[in-house]
Write a protein that binds this ligand. Structure first.
Ligand code: FAD
Length: 606
């Protein structure tokens, strides 16, 4: 950092053989001093996109995966780590579909937990709770499976997915014991490996401290005062970047992945009509939309992971096949930071039983989401009604009413729900969030439904189904993705995200670089050290590419599993920070609570 407060990020000139070096040039006020953070030479680098496309054309693959969202990337990673030769093709950018338009949560689903015990949500009185009591173990099973995947995800990429505290505000006395039990159950179901701090009920004072914009009195007509809040933790991720990391991990395991490669048709043994063969699929005709030409990609097995677009590919495999996808629109708004300025989110039930979130997100607040039927589209748009609905629901809980002028941006995504034959038509809320794996007679395996949190399990089930259905894949080893760490992962440190974050800590503590700038540099570096040239034109990656390109003069060094090691100037050491899991506890007026927070073993294992 220079005397005037500016920071210079410079790049050492690169030769064709020498590793590139990114230097952070820092100057103290009185005595200018130059400190450089040298990154390790790349140990692995993904091939350029052109090379990927020519491999698609020349090689024959064991598995061709269609769709480069969370699920497709997960399938490619799963199959490649089992020793299969894999190709992955994505029509647009990786994660350009639903996988970059989610609420960014890695969660087990509080709504499912509530639905396991309540016929109707939300309960309005204790009598309602008693009247609607039921027990649906199926929902508990889903929550347990999803919470197990939550732990898996948090552990596989702790630099990208971190625990996020969220409050459920409590305005009625009977909600306190009820939600205490809910929090306890959520933790109990997650088990020992829950990977996030435990749930707890906090006082009204603490709740207002953690979320200053919260109403002190209920807006429900009864004007009841805020009694406290249940704080639960789930994971939060940058979904688009996480998908990139999954793709990169697949590539590192040997997969050939290309974006801007759209499947136009499927290839069959014995030609298009399958008359001279057994009609089994043996690949796909793929259009390289960058080069404007089509190529045939040959594969022993085709897996369809196209999310809401899955029916189109199923129809290519078996014209006239009954559609299974039921699109459900969800909108999110980006609002100013002030409601969630302390890093705590808010979650509550809407009047019609949905769950709405107000979450801190990259210096702003994200509000969402809705759940409405709509057409399948590559560019879903947020409608004015959905924006009004979200703002109206937020205003039930936020002290200063939010208006459309506060909305800085919005996005919509389409949930790839799978039709439930027992659900009433048009009722998307009643649809199962569980995934399905279907094998058509032509051999096409389709994996759809589920959610981001369960992408790994979905991928595992899809590859298992493919291996079971296709003799030619018998050389595949069992699934290896449970516990697999993604490219860019730092194996050291504790669970809480920033404990891993040596780069930000060093930049802040030792170079006095502003927190936001340090975090920004860290994010850029983490993704881009492992990023290849081939997706440079990709929209998803463009912002991450920018800094690294500027810093490295066009060449981006890569690092695998071992994090980029910082070579510090003599005399400088890397200080470990002590973190507590509860900022509210640290700032609490209660001395005991502050003391307890300091000794918290969850995050302060060092
Ligand atoms: C509003 C909203 C909020 C959500 N919030 C959460 C959340 O907080 N947590 C959570 O766990 N889950 C959440 N989900 C669910 C989650 O986002 C999805 O389940 C998941 O992203 C689906 O991934 P996918 O890979 O199946 O689909 P997609 O991400 O849509 O990927 C399919 C890909 O296939 C490609 N494709 C389509 N046709 C072709 C073709 N012919 N050739 C090549 N490629 C093709 C598309 O371009 C697309 O990129 C949310 C969903 C929505 C809509």
């Amino acid at each position: 950092m220079r005397g005037d407060g500016s920071i210079s990020v410079a790049a050492a000139p690169a030769t064709s053989h020498a590793p590139r070096v990114m230097s952070v040039v820092a100057a103290a006020d009185e005595e200018p001093e130059v400190c450089s953070l040298f990154l390790e030479a790349p140990s692995w680098r993904a091939p350029a996109r052109d090379e990927m496309v020519s491999r698609l054309e020349s090689d024959e693959f064991d598995v061709l995966v269609i769709g480069g969202g969370a699920v497709g990337a997960g399938v490619a990673m799963d199959a490649a780590t089992r020793g299969l030769k894999v190709a992955l093709v994505e029509k647009n950018d990786f994660a350009s579909g639903t996988s970059s338009r989610s609420t960014k949560l890695i969660h087990g689903g509080l709504r499912y937990l509530a639905q396991a015990f309540q016929k109707q949500l939300p309960p309005r009185s204790l009598l309602d709770v008693v009247r609607n009591l039921r027990f649906e173990p199926e929902y508990l099973r889903i929550v347990a499976a999803d919470l197990s995947e939550r732990s898996s995800m948090l552990e596989s990429a702790p630099f990208m997915a971190t625990p996020l505290p969220m409050m459920v505000p409590l305005y009625r006395w009977w909600e306190v014991p009820l939600f205490t039990v809910v929090g306890l159950m959520y933790d109990l179901i997650a088990g020992k490996r829950r990977a996030v701090p435990p749930s707890r009920v906090i006082s009204a004072d603490e709740a207002l401290f953690a979320f200053p914009a919260l109403r002190e009195r209920s807006s429900g007509g009864d004007d009841s005062p805020l009694i406290g809040a249940l704080v639960v933790h789930d994971g939060q991720q940058n979904d688009a970047r996480m998908c990139m990391h999954v793709v990169l991990t697949a590539i590192e395991a040997g997969a050939t992945c290309a974006n801007y490669a759209s499947v136009e048709g499927l290839l069959r043994e014995g030609g298009d009509d399958g008359t001279s063969g057994d009609g089994k699929l043996c690949g796909a005709r793929v259009r390289d939309t960058r080069a404007g030409r089509s190529i045939d990609v040959r594969a022993k097995q085709v897996i369809n992971a196209c999310g809401v677009f899955s029916d189109a590919v199923r129809d290519m495999a078996q014209p006239g096949v009954r559609p299974i996808m039921v699109p459900s629109y969800g909108t999110h708004l980006v609002l100013p930071e002030y409601p969630s300025a302390r890093g705590t989110g808010l979650v509550w039930f809407t009047n019609d039983g949905r769950v709405l979130y107000l979450l801190p997100w990259e210096g702003s607040t994200m509000a969402g989401t809705t759940d409405a039927p709509g057409p399948i589209s590559f560019e879903p748009q947020a409608t004015a009604e959905e924006v009004d609905f979200i703002l109206g629901e937020c205003n039930r809980l936020v002290r200063k009413p939010l208006s459309p002028e506060d909305v800085t941006s919005a996005w919509a995504g389409i949930r790839p729900l799978v039709a439930d034959p027992n659900a009433p038509p048009g009722d998307t809320k009643a649809l199962s969030r569980e995934h399905v794996v279907e094998t058509l007679p032509s051999g096409l395996v389709t994996v759809a439904g589920g959610k981001w949190t369960t992408y790994r399990k979905m991928a595992q089930d899809a590859v298992d189904a493919a291996v079971a259905a296709n003799q030619q894949l018998s050389h595949a080893s069992p699934c290896r993705t449970e516990g697999l760490q993604l490219v860019g992962c730092d194996r050291e440190g504790a669970v809480c995200g920033d404990d891993y974050d040596r780069i930000t800590t060093t930049l802040r503590d030792d170079y006095q670089i502003d927190r936001d700038v340090a975090r920004h540099l860290r994010y850029m570096a983490r993704t881009l050290w492992a990023s290849p040239n081939w997706h440079r034109q990709s929209r998803t990656a463009s912002c991450t590419t920018a800094l690294a390109e500027a810093a490295s003069g066009g060449c981006i060094p890569a690092a695998r599993h071992s994090p980029p090691r910082l070579r510090l100037p003599a005399g400088m050491s890397l200080r470990r920070r002590r973190w507590t899991c509860s900022p509210t506890a640290r700032a609490s007026r209660s001395w005991t609570r502050r003391r307890r927070a300091r000794r918290c073993h969850w995050c302060c294992r060092s």
